[in-house]
Design a protein around this ligand. Structure first.
Ligand code: NAP
Length: 259
């Protein structure tokens, strides 16, 4: 399917690895010129090089911490006019409900709620003026079904979801669509480090943790970043113009709910 977005300009945050990289690669394959971002320069530059060679699009890597004001300013300056924004950042650390103090919440809110909001605030005016735009926020299945050890994620992402629900309906009439993608378990570095933590705390091997988690998913496996990226590219496509303020769960059926 031709996604109809060749030549558009996209910004994909936190995208040298994992789900962000999956989104960047799928957009590059659809012909979108990109600004990509991560804190570490090495993997970021390698990802940019690979996309340029494979997909013949422009890819500008910007090494910066997207959760800081300075980092966002650097990325936004390099990006200029943006038609497609994919927001993403690292997820908060695991723990239990009684572990977190105010400072822990402020950090999680900064990274997983206020950063995507700041990016939308900066880029939505240009999109609405030009009459076309797409925003996809990478959130989590924890928005639909809380994950006990990820209370910081449950909280911060719920806040972002509320903001998107209201904002998406205010810009839809200007050709701008905002939606959220909710990953369940995907095989990325983040999943690897959460599995390692679970293995240590349960006193079992990481392979056993992986097998148990995979068995808890109706699809019987972890998702891939390629599948995730393809869903993102569709939401950024010309065909997604009537999809407004939705929360699309990509979890292999893990959340047991009718809606
Ligand atoms: P990942 O494999 O650890 O990759 C994270 C990417 O983001 C890396 O490129 C990393 O590069 C970059 N990054 C992290 N913090 C950043 C920051 N402050 N500024 C700029 N770039 C940053 O993680 P992932 O699995 O793709 O997860 C992406 C998001 O989805 C996270 O918020 C995670 O909580 C959420 N999620 C993931 C899963 C899953 O199963 N994988 C499930 C639910 C939700 P640098 O380290 O070099 O900055």
């Amino acid at each position: 399917m031709d996604l109809g977005i060749r030549g558009k300009r996209g910004l994909v945050c936190a995208s040298s690895k994992g789900l962000g990289l999956g989104c960047a690669r799928a957009l590059a394959e659809a012909g979108v010129d990109l600004v990509i971002n991560a804190r570490g320069a090495e993997a970021l530059e390698a990802a940019a090089r690979a996309m340029r060679e494979e997909f013949r699009v422009q890819v500008t890597p910007v090494a910066a911490d997207i959760t800081t004001e300075e980092g966002r300013a650097t990325v936004l300056e390099a990006a200029g006019e943006v038609d497609i924004l994919v927001t993403n950042a690292g997820g908060p650390p695991p723990g239990m409900w009684h572990d977190w103090e105010r400072e822990d919440f402020i950090k999680a809110l900064d990274a997983n709620m206020l950063t995507p909001i700041a990016l939308m605030k900066a880029l939505l005016p240009g999109m609405t003026e030009r009459g076309w735009g797409r925003v996809v926020n990478i959130t989590s299945q924890s928005v639909k079904a809380p994950i006990a050890v990820l209370g910081l994620s449950n909280s911060a992402r719920a806040g972002l979801t509320g903001y998107v629900a209201g904002t998406a309906r205010q810009v839809a009439g200007k050709g701008v669509n905002i939606n959220n993608l909710l990953p369940g378990i995907h095989a990325t570095d983040r999943a690897e480090s959460l599995d390692k933590g679970a293995a240590d705390s349960q006193g079992i091997g990481i392979d056993e943790v992986r097998a148990n988690r995979a068995a808890s998913i109706p699809a019987g496996r972890y998702g891939t970043k390629e599948e995730f990226g393809a869903a993102c590219a569709f939401l950024c496509s010309q065909h997604a113009g009537f999809i407004v303020g939705q929360n699309l769960l990509l979890d292999g059926g893990a959340v047991n709910a009718t809606l």
